[in-house]
Design a protein around this ligand. Structure first.
Ligand SMILES: [Zn+2]
Length: 410
C-alpha cells in the first residue's frame, strides 16, 4: 500500500500542466490524498478510516513529531476538517488550538442539543503525534484519530444532549509523556472550558491492531468501573469482539499506577474515563507500524462501539458519578483468561518456563472466573489477576528489550 501511495505521489509531481484549453474547475474539490478528501467516504466506513490513516501515516508527514513540519501539517489538516464540519473552536482564545511547549492540540466542540445539559461536556480524545522520522505511527495513533474524526462527523450531523469536546491531543509520546508538556495533561492543567463541566473523558490509542498475528483480538474498553451510570451499551460490535477490562489490569505496575495514554490526566483529576484500545501489536513503536499492517475492517467497526459509549454518556438524564475505589470483578479474570488462551495459541515462540507460567495463569484465571461475572474479587485475588495480566502482557507481546526472566518476577 505504501509503495502504491509513493508511486502516485511521484506520478503527480512529474505530470505536465494540463493543456490550456481545459477550463479551470468552478468548485474547488479537495485534492485526492488531502485530509478533506476523506469526507467523501460514508461516515464510519472502512474507506473513510483507511483514508485518515493513510493521510496521517504517509511518509510526507514524517511521523508527526510535535513541532516538526509533519506535525504541523497534521495539525492544520485536522483543524481544516473540524472547520469543514462547522464545529465550534474550543482551544485558547476562540481558536481551534492549545499551544504546548512543543506542538499544539486541536480542540473543537459539538454543542449539545439540550439547553439544560449543553453546559456539560463529554471529552473524546486521541493523540495525533508520533515518534517521527521513520516511525510513521499508523496504529499509534493515526488509528485513534481516524475514529475521532469519524465520531466528529457523526456528532456534527446528530448532536447528543450534552456537548462533546473533540480533542486531537499533541505531544503524548516521549519525551512529553507524563510531563506537564503532554497535550492532555496541559488541557487538564489549563482547561479551555471550566473543568467542573466535564462529566467523562474517552481516550483512544492503538485502535487498529491485533495482539498476535493470525488472532482477531478484541477491542478493550477499560475504565467502565470508574463511573456509576445506568444503561451501559452492549459489549459487541459488527463482527468485532469487545471486552470490558478494569484499568488496574493494565495500569497497576509494581512501580505504582501509570496510565498509558491521554485518559491518565483526567483520571488523576477524578473524572470518569473510558480507555479504548486494541493493545500493543507486534508493530508497536517499530518502523513496521504502517497503514498496510492495520486491521481496517476492525477499525471501521469500532466507530459504532465508541459512538454508542459516547452517546450513552452524553445523553444520560443525570451526569455519571465518579467511583472512587471500584473492585476487580470475576469478569476481569474471565477476560484475561480469554486473552491468555489466545496468546498461547498466537505466540509461537512461547516455550519452557514461560509457557508453563502462562498455562498456570490461565488455569487460575478460569478458576477465579467460575462465578457470576459481576462478583467482586477480594484484594488478594484482585492482585493475582493484576500480576497475571502484567505477566501476560510481558510474556506474550514480543519486546526485545524485556527478557523473559524479568516478566516472570512480576
Ligand atoms: Zn499512542
Amino acid at each position: 500500500v505504501r509503495r502504491g501511495v509513493l508511486a502516485l505521489a511521484l506520478l503527480a509531481c512529474s505530470r505536465e500542466p494540463a493543456p490550456s484549453r481545459v477550463p479551470p474547475p468552478v468548485a474547488t474539490a479537495p485534492a485526492p490524498g488531502s485530509p478533506r478528501s476523506c469526507l467523501a467516504h460514508p461516515v464510519g466506513s472502512e474507506p473513510a478510516v483507511r483514508c485518515w490513516v493513510e493521510w496521517l501515516a504517509a511518509p510526507a508527514l514524517a511521523g508527526r513529531a510535535p513541532g516538526t513540519p509533519g506535525g504541523e501539517t497534521a495539525r492544520a489538516g485536522i483543524e481544516a476538517v473540524l472547520r469543514d464540519l462547522s464545529l465550534d473552536p474550543a482551544g485558547d482564545r476562540d481558536t481551534y488550538t492549545q499551544a504546548l511547549p512543543r506542538g499544539a492540540s486541536v480542540l473543537a466542540q459539538v454543542v449539545g442539543r439540550d439547553p439544560a445539559r449543553s453546559d456539560e461536556v463529554v471529552v473524546v480524545g486521541a493523540h495525533y503525534d508520533h515518534l517521527g522520522g521513520e516511525h510513521l505511527g499508523a496504529d499509534d495513533n493515526a488509528s485513534g484519530v481516524a475514529v475521532l474524526l469519524e465520531l466528529a462527523r457523526a456528532l456534527a450531523k446528530d448532536p447528543p444532549a450534552r456537548s462533546v469536546l473533540i480533542a486531537a491531543f499533541d505531544a503524548e509520546e516521549p519525551p512529553a509523556y507524563r510531563t506537564p508538556a503532554m497535550g492532555s495533561q496541559r488541557w487538564v492543567d489549563f482547561p479551555t472550558l471550566p473543568r467542573a463541566q466535564v462529566v467523562a473523558m474517552l481516550a483512544m490509542d492503538l485502535m487498529g491492531g491485533n495482539l498476535w498475528p493470525g488472532e482477531r483480538t478484541p477491542l478493550y474498553v477499560m475504565g467502565r468501573e470508574t463511573l456509576v451510570a445506568d444503561g451501559a451499551p452492549p459489549l459487541a460490535g459488527d463482527g468485532l469482539t469487545v471486552e470490558a477490562m478494569h484499568l488496574r489490569l493494565v495500569e497497576d505496575l509494581p512501580s505504582g499506577r501509570q496510565a498509558f495514554s491521554d485518559h491518565g490526566a483526567f483520571f488523576a483529576a477524578k473524572i470518569p474515563v473510558l480507555f479504548f484500545s486494541t493493545g500493543r501489536s507486534p508493530h508497536y513503536h517499530r518502523i513496521t507500524d504502517t497503514p498496510d499492517t492495520l486491521d481496517h475492517p476492525k477499525l471501521a467497526a469500532e466507530v459504532a462501539v465508541v459512538e454508542a459509549h459516547l452517546r450513552w454518556l452524553a445523553d444520560l438524564p443525570a451526569r455519571p458519578a465518579w467511583r472512587a475505589d471500584p473492585p476487580v470483578l470475576a469478569a476481569d479474570a474471565a477476560a484475561l483468561a480469554r486473552m491468555l488462551a489466545a496468546g498461547a495459541r498466537g505466540s509461537a515462540e512461547l516455550r519452557g518456563l514461560a509457557s508453563e507460567v502462562v498455562r498456570a495463569d490461565l488455569a487460575r484465571m478460569r478458576a477465579l472466573s467460575a462465578v457470576a461475572p459481576e462478583t467482586p474479587l477480594d484484594e488478594a485475588a484482585a492482585r493475582e489477576v493484576i500480576a497475571a495480566s502484567l505477566r501476560a502482557q510481558c510474556l506474550l507481546v514480543p519486546d526485545d528489550e524485556v527478557p523473559t526472566a524479568a516478566c516472570l518476577v512480576l
